[in-house]
Design a protein around this ligand. Sequence first.
Ligand SMILES: C[S@@+](CC[C@H](N)C(=O)[O-])C[C@H]1O[C@@H](n2cnc3c(N)ncnc32)[C@H](O)[C@@H]1O
Length: 235
Amino acid sequence: MSFCCAAERQFGRESAERDLRRYRRRGADAVTKLMLAQLRRWPLKNKQLLNIGGGIGVINAELAADGIAGTTLVEASSAYLDVARRELQSRYGARSTEFLLADFARISDTVADADVITLDRVVCCYPDAEGLLRGAAARTRQLLAFSYPQDRWYMRMITAIQNFFRWMKGNAFRTFVHSPQQMSAVLERAELVRAGTQGTLVWAVDLYRREGDIPQTLDEGDAGHRGKSPHDQAG
Ligand SMILES: C[S@@+](CC[C@H](N)C(=O)[O-])C[C@H]1O[C@@H](n2cnc3c(N)ncnc32)[C@H](O)[C@@H]1O
Protein backbone atom coordinates (compact mmCIF):
# COMPACT_ATOMS: atom_id res chain seq x y z
CA MET A 1 0.00 0.00 0.00
CA SER A 2 1.37 3.48 -0.90
CA PHE A 3 2.07 6.01 1.85
CA CYS A 4 -0.71 8.29 0.59
CA CYS A 5 -3.33 5.47 0.77
CA ALA A 6 -2.30 4.70 4.36
CA ALA A 7 -2.42 8.44 5.20
CA GLU A 8 -5.87 8.79 3.60
CA ARG A 9 -7.14 6.05 5.87
CA GLN A 10 -5.50 7.40 9.03
CA PHE A 11 -6.25 11.07 8.37
CA GLY A 12 -9.80 10.88 7.04
CA ARG A 13 -12.66 13.36 6.78
CA GLU A 14 -14.04 12.79 10.27
CA SER A 15 -10.73 13.34 12.02
CA ALA A 16 -10.03 16.42 9.86
CA GLU A 17 -13.35 18.00 10.92
CA ARG A 18 -12.69 16.97 14.55
CA ASP A 19 -9.22 18.62 14.44
CA LEU A 20 -10.80 21.77 13.02
CA ARG A 21 -13.40 21.92 15.79
CA ARG A 22 -10.64 21.45 18.40
CA TYR A 23 -8.53 24.20 16.82
CA ARG A 24 -11.48 26.61 16.81
CA ARG A 25 -12.22 25.80 20.46
CA ARG A 26 -8.73 25.68 21.91
CA GLY A 27 -6.33 27.20 19.38
CA ALA A 28 -3.08 25.58 18.29
CA ASP A 29 -1.73 22.58 20.22
CA ALA A 30 1.13 23.09 22.68
CA VAL A 31 3.85 21.76 20.37
CA THR A 32 2.60 23.94 17.50
CA LYS A 33 2.66 26.96 19.80
CA LEU A 34 6.31 26.22 20.60
CA MET A 35 7.11 26.09 16.90
CA LEU A 36 5.23 29.34 16.22
CA ALA A 37 7.09 31.08 19.05
CA GLN A 38 10.44 29.96 17.62
CA LEU A 39 9.49 31.11 14.12
CA ARG A 40 8.29 34.49 15.39
CA ARG A 41 11.76 35.29 16.68
CA TRP A 42 12.65 35.81 13.01
CA PRO A 43 11.27 38.36 10.53
CA LEU A 44 8.36 36.70 8.70
CA LYS A 45 6.92 39.66 6.84
CA ASN A 46 6.81 39.12 3.06
CA LYS A 47 8.21 35.60 3.35
CA GLN A 48 6.94 32.56 1.45
CA LEU A 49 5.79 29.76 3.75
CA LEU A 50 5.77 26.07 2.79
CA ASN A 51 3.99 23.84 5.30
CA ILE A 52 4.70 20.15 4.61
CA GLY A 53 2.23 17.62 6.03
CA GLY A 54 0.34 20.69 7.13
CA GLY A 55 -2.88 18.90 8.12
CA ILE A 56 -5.77 21.35 8.37
CA GLY A 57 -3.30 24.27 8.01
CA VAL A 58 -2.97 25.54 11.59
CA ILE A 59 0.53 26.96 11.04
CA ASN A 60 -0.51 28.67 7.80
CA ALA A 61 -3.58 30.08 9.55
CA GLU A 62 -1.63 31.35 12.55
CA LEU A 63 1.11 32.98 10.47
CA ALA A 64 -1.30 34.67 8.03
CA ALA A 65 -1.45 37.63 10.42
CA ASP A 66 2.37 37.89 10.56
CA GLY A 67 2.59 39.29 7.05
CA ILE A 68 3.47 36.07 5.20
CA ALA A 69 3.44 36.93 1.47
CA GLY A 70 2.06 33.62 0.27
CA THR A 71 1.80 30.03 1.33
CA THR A 72 1.90 26.47 0.03
CA LEU A 73 0.57 23.46 1.88
CA VAL A 74 1.54 19.93 0.85
CA GLU A 75 -0.57 17.15 2.34
CA ALA A 76 -0.89 13.40 1.72
CA SER A 77 -4.54 13.31 2.88
CA SER A 78 -7.18 14.81 0.60
CA ALA A 79 -9.59 15.23 3.55
CA TYR A 80 -7.11 17.38 5.47
CA LEU A 81 -6.15 19.31 2.34
CA ASP A 82 -9.83 20.12 1.63
CA VAL A 83 -10.33 21.52 5.15
CA ALA A 84 -7.10 23.54 4.88
CA ARG A 85 -8.15 24.99 1.50
CA ARG A 86 -11.56 25.95 2.87
CA GLU A 87 -10.13 27.56 6.02
CA LEU A 88 -7.12 29.36 4.59
CA GLN A 89 -8.47 31.07 1.52
CA SER A 90 -10.31 33.76 3.48
CA ARG A 91 -7.32 34.38 5.77
CA TYR A 92 -4.95 34.90 2.83
CA GLY A 93 -7.34 36.92 0.62
CA ALA A 94 -5.48 38.09 -2.48
CA ARG A 95 -2.16 36.61 -1.35
CA SER A 96 -1.03 33.49 -3.20
CA THR A 97 -2.01 30.10 -1.81
CA GLU A 98 -1.25 26.67 -3.23
CA PHE A 99 -2.54 23.30 -2.03
CA LEU A 100 -0.77 20.16 -3.21
CA LEU A 101 -2.05 16.64 -2.62
CA ALA A 102 1.11 14.51 -2.58
CA ASP A 103 3.78 12.66 -0.69
CA PHE A 104 6.25 15.54 -0.41
CA ALA A 105 9.30 13.25 -0.51
CA ARG A 106 8.23 12.16 -4.01
CA ILE A 107 7.61 15.63 -5.43
CA SER A 108 10.14 17.78 -3.53
CA ASP A 109 12.15 18.47 -6.73
CA THR A 110 9.09 20.05 -8.35
CA VAL A 111 8.00 22.31 -5.46
CA ALA A 112 9.02 25.98 -5.48
CA ASP A 113 11.59 27.18 -2.93
CA ALA A 114 10.26 28.94 0.18
CA ASP A 115 11.80 31.20 2.82
CA VAL A 116 10.25 29.32 5.72
CA ILE A 117 9.47 25.59 5.79
CA THR A 118 7.61 23.77 8.54
CA LEU A 119 7.00 20.08 9.30
CA ASP A 120 4.98 19.91 12.51
CA ARG A 121 4.57 16.29 13.74
CA VAL A 122 5.19 14.96 10.23
CA VAL A 123 8.46 13.00 10.29
CA CYS A 124 6.89 10.66 12.89
CA CYS A 125 4.29 9.61 10.28
CA TYR A 126 6.84 8.86 7.58
CA PRO A 127 9.21 5.87 7.37
CA ASP A 128 12.02 7.74 5.55
CA ALA A 129 12.43 10.83 7.73
CA GLU A 130 15.87 11.48 6.28
CA GLY A 131 14.57 11.55 2.69
CA LEU A 132 11.70 13.82 3.70
CA LEU A 133 14.00 16.26 5.51
CA ARG A 134 16.57 16.18 2.70
CA GLY A 135 13.85 17.23 0.26
CA ALA A 136 12.63 19.98 2.61
CA ALA A 137 16.15 21.27 3.29
CA ALA A 138 16.76 21.56 -0.46
CA ARG A 139 13.73 23.85 -0.78
CA THR A 140 14.34 26.30 2.08
CA ARG A 141 15.99 29.64 1.52
CA GLN A 142 16.11 30.65 5.20
CA LEU A 143 14.37 28.70 7.95
CA LEU A 144 13.24 25.11 8.53
CA ALA A 145 11.31 24.17 11.68
CA PHE A 146 10.24 20.63 12.51
CA SER A 147 8.85 18.74 15.47
CA TYR A 148 9.34 15.08 16.27
CA PRO A 149 8.71 12.65 19.14
CA GLN A 150 11.37 12.63 21.84
CA ASP A 151 13.73 9.68 21.39
CA ARG A 152 12.98 8.22 24.85
CA TRP A 153 12.13 4.68 25.97
CA TYR A 154 8.52 5.58 26.83
CA MET A 155 7.90 7.14 23.40
CA ARG A 156 9.34 4.05 21.69
CA MET A 157 7.11 1.86 23.86
CA ILE A 158 3.92 3.87 23.18
CA THR A 159 4.71 3.90 19.45
CA ALA A 160 5.27 0.12 19.38
CA ILE A 161 1.93 -0.47 21.16
CA GLN A 162 0.05 1.89 18.81
CA ASN A 163 1.60 0.18 15.77
CA PHE A 164 0.73 -3.25 17.16
CA PHE A 165 -2.97 -2.28 17.41
CA ARG A 166 -2.87 -0.80 13.89
CA TRP A 167 -1.42 -4.09 12.61
CA MET A 168 -4.18 -6.03 14.43
CA LYS A 169 -6.82 -3.90 12.69
CA GLY A 170 -5.19 -4.27 9.26
CA ASN A 171 -4.27 -0.57 9.23
CA ALA A 172 -1.04 -0.09 7.22
CA PHE A 173 -0.29 3.32 8.73
CA ARG A 174 2.66 3.38 11.18
CA THR A 175 4.33 5.98 13.39
CA PHE A 176 8.06 6.20 14.10
CA VAL A 177 10.51 7.56 16.64
CA HIS A 178 13.42 8.55 14.40
CA SER A 179 16.97 9.26 15.56
CA PRO A 180 17.43 13.00 16.27
CA GLN A 181 21.14 12.66 15.48
CA GLN A 182 20.47 11.22 12.02
CA MET A 183 17.82 13.85 11.24
CA SER A 184 20.12 16.62 12.39
CA ALA A 185 23.01 15.20 10.28
CA VAL A 186 20.81 15.40 7.15
CA LEU A 187 20.06 19.08 7.79
CA GLU A 188 23.66 19.94 8.59
CA ARG A 189 24.82 18.26 5.38
CA ALA A 190 22.39 20.60 3.58
CA GLU A 191 24.24 23.56 5.19
CA LEU A 192 21.58 24.38 7.75
CA VAL A 193 22.55 25.20 11.33
CA ARG A 194 20.42 24.69 14.41
CA ALA A 195 19.20 28.05 15.72
CA GLY A 196 16.80 26.86 18.42
CA THR A 197 15.49 23.80 20.20
CA GLN A 198 12.71 23.30 22.72
CA GLY A 199 10.69 20.40 23.94
CA THR A 200 8.02 18.84 26.09
CA LEU A 201 8.04 15.33 27.57
CA VAL A 202 6.61 14.07 24.29
CA TRP A 203 7.80 16.38 21.51
CA ALA A 204 10.98 18.20 20.46
CA VAL A 205 10.87 21.28 18.22
CA ASP A 206 14.01 22.31 16.34
CA LEU A 207 14.54 25.36 14.17
CA TYR A 208 17.33 25.44 11.58
CA ARG A 209 18.49 28.38 9.51
CA ARG A 210 20.51 28.56 6.35
CA GLU A 211 24.09 29.51 6.98
CA GLY A 212 25.18 32.88 5.65
CA ASP A 213 22.92 35.45 4.12
CA ILE A 214 19.80 35.52 6.26
CA PRO A 215 18.23 38.16 8.50
CA GLN A 216 18.99 38.33 12.20
CA THR A 217 16.38 37.45 14.82
CA LEU A 218 13.98 40.17 15.91
CA ASP A 219 15.73 40.24 19.34
CA GLU A 220 19.04 41.01 17.65
CA GLY A 221 17.28 43.50 15.36
CA ASP A 222 15.73 45.26 18.36
CA ALA A 223 19.11 45.45 20.05
CA GLY A 224 20.41 47.08 16.88
CA HIS A 225 17.58 49.65 16.91
CA ARG A 226 18.18 50.45 20.56
CA GLY A 227 21.66 51.56 19.61
CA LYS A 228 25.08 50.03 19.63
CA SER A 229 26.70 48.87 22.82
CA PRO A 230 29.52 51.02 24.22
CA HIS A 231 31.87 48.28 23.09
CA ASP A 232 30.58 48.56 19.49
CA GLN A 233 30.78 52.33 19.56
CA ALA A 234 34.36 52.20 20.76
CA GLY A 235 35.12 49.99 17.71
C1 LIG B 1 0.10 14.12 12.82
S1 LIG B 1 -0.47 14.97 11.42
C2 LIG B 1 0.07 16.65 11.78
C3 LIG B 1 -0.66 17.68 10.98
C4 LIG B 1 -0.19 19.11 11.23
N1 LIG B 1 1.17 19.30 10.77
C5 LIG B 1 -0.33 19.47 12.67
O1 LIG B 1 0.67 19.45 13.40
O2 LIG B 1 -1.45 19.75 13.09
C6 LIG B 1 0.71 14.52 10.17
C7 LIG B 1 0.26 14.97 8.80
O3 LIG B 1 1.38 14.86 7.92
C8 LIG B 1 0.93 14.34 6.68
N2 LIG B 1 2.13 13.75 6.06
C9 LIG B 1 2.99 12.86 6.63
N3 LIG B 1 4.00 12.57 5.78
C10 LIG B 1 3.76 13.28 4.65
C11 LIG B 1 4.43 13.38 3.40
N4 LIG B 1 5.53 12.66 3.13
N5 LIG B 1 3.93 14.21 2.47
C12 LIG B 1 2.79 14.92 2.71
N6 LIG B 1 2.11 14.86 3.88
C13 LIG B 1 2.57 14.04 4.83
C14 LIG B 1 -0.17 13.37 7.05
O4 LIG B 1 -1.05 13.13 5.98
C15 LIG B 1 -0.84 14.12 8.21
O5 LIG B 1 -1.88 14.95 7.79
